[in-house]
Design a protein around this ligand. Structure first.
Ligand code: AMP
Length: 369
């Protein structure tokens, strides 16, 4: 893991003495850094609450927004987020002894091999980001975990029944559409080509549409304690599929309404308590599978995303191998984090606490890559 080696080298630390990092850096203690977008406010507020120095890598156009928040100690201005690879940024992140917290913006704006090349220690497993971004690897990991998943439809000729057609990467549901036969698939693909969202049909991924209610399970796994925690649950508020019920059927048909699944916000949710045991089991299976397929596994936050059907069975259609934006709901803790912590524990704060504990126990190598 080159990032850790870099930290050790900077501070002349042998590999098993990472706990000296905190002391060695003394005044220059660890800084929690992230990109200005997605859930950065929550992450940096949580880091500040845990006593860390905070740094935001911020695009010029968003400076005005982020300057409003007193818990951000330093703003590193960039033209675009990919500048994080530039000498100036790398130098500053190194000087500040930064641990970078990845989120959806990092995944959507940078390619997997670029992320893997980032020298700054990344919280969690940066190698698993590739498995999140690539549909085939994603499917492989979910199968390895033994999760129930929707059927993948290999070609448009095999479409039978309602399907959802997706773009690759963390697109936040943008451009997704429904297809029920070859013609409806082709029509949707043509629309995306005209909109320049894709260049050809081969960029699309067809999946069985699972009927039920969508639910997002927000977990945190600590390799330091070996515990899996469920810290929150949400559902997404998507435009315009969630607004379509406001248009009566007659007008929907007359206007030829085509729904999209673009995430606009998140809505809090609690599950029937009888479902929670299975939620923990699924999370555990995911952690174990990622340890087998993508070492060091799944340290930190992740999310299983799926649909509960009318029998109360969960089908996982996606995972996110890092903090999700739905955790922004629970800045002051959630109905689930309240069962585990007396402090108001957001996911951002939980990350910072893990860094703190790992430094104290000399186990930073277990939580960053
Ligand atoms: P995603 O970006 O993959 O999380 O998906 C965006 C939205 O599309 C979800 O919140 C669901 O509403 C919907 N969705 C994705 N995959 C499926 C599926 N296989 N069956 C039903 N709905 C889905």
């Amino acid at each position: 893991m080159p990032a850790i080696n870099a930290i050790e080298k900077d501070f002349n630390l042998p590999r098993d003495n990472q706990h000296l990092l905190a002391r060695k850096s003394g005044g220059g203690k660890v800084t929690i850094a992230t990109l200005g977008s997605h859930c950065s406010l929550q992450v940096l507020k949580g880091a500040k609450d845990e006593g860390f120095r905070t740094l935001l890598v911020c695009e010029k156009r968003r400076l005005e927004l982020y300057r409003r928040f007193g818990f951000i100690d330093e703003i590193l201005e960039v033209e675009s987020f990919s500048d994080i690879m530039d000498v100036r940024c790398r130098k500053r992140l190194k000087q500040t002894n930064a641990v970078l917290i990845p989120h959806g913006t990092l995944i959507s704006q940078m390619k997997s091999d670029e992320i893997e090349k980032i020298e700054t220690p990344i919280f969690g497993n940066k190698w698993i980001m590739r498995w999140e971004a690539d549909r085939e690897l994603k499917e492989k990991l979910m199968n390895e975990a033994g999760l129930r998943t929707p059927r993948t439809v290999k070609s448009k000729d095999e479409i039978s029944g309602l399907c959802i057609v997706k773009l690759h990467g963390a697109a936040g549901g943008r451009g997704y559409y429904l297809a029920w036969n070859k013609e409806s698939f082709e029509e949707g693909a043509r629309r995306l080509i005209v909109q320049k969202a894709i260049q050809s049909e081969s960029e699309l991924y067809i999946q069985e549409f699972v009927r039920g209610v969508p639910v997002y399970l927000q977990y945190f796994y600590s390799p330091v304690t070996g515990e899996l925690e469920l810290l929150g649950i949400d559902r997404r508020y998507e435009s315009d599929i969630d607004g379509i019920g406001r248009i009566p059927a007659k007008q929907q048909l007359a206007a030829g309404v085509e729904p999209s699944y673009n995430v606009i916000g998140n809505i809090p949710l609690v599950l029937r308590e009888s479902l929670l045991d299975e939620v923990y089991k699924m999370g555990d299976k995911f952690v174990r599978a990622s340890e087998r397929l993508v070492p060091p596994g799944m340290p930190g936050p992740f999310c299983l995303e799926g649909v509960y059907d009318r029998e109360g069975k969960f089908t996982t259609f996606e995972f996110s191998a890092r903090i999700v934006a739905g955790t922004n709901l629970y800045l002051d803790g959630s109905p689930y984090s309240g069962l585990l912590y007396d402090d108001p524990m957001s996911m951002g704060r939980r990350i910072a606490r893990e860094v703190k504990i790992a430094i104290r126990k000399g186990k930073l190598g277990k939580i960053v890559t």
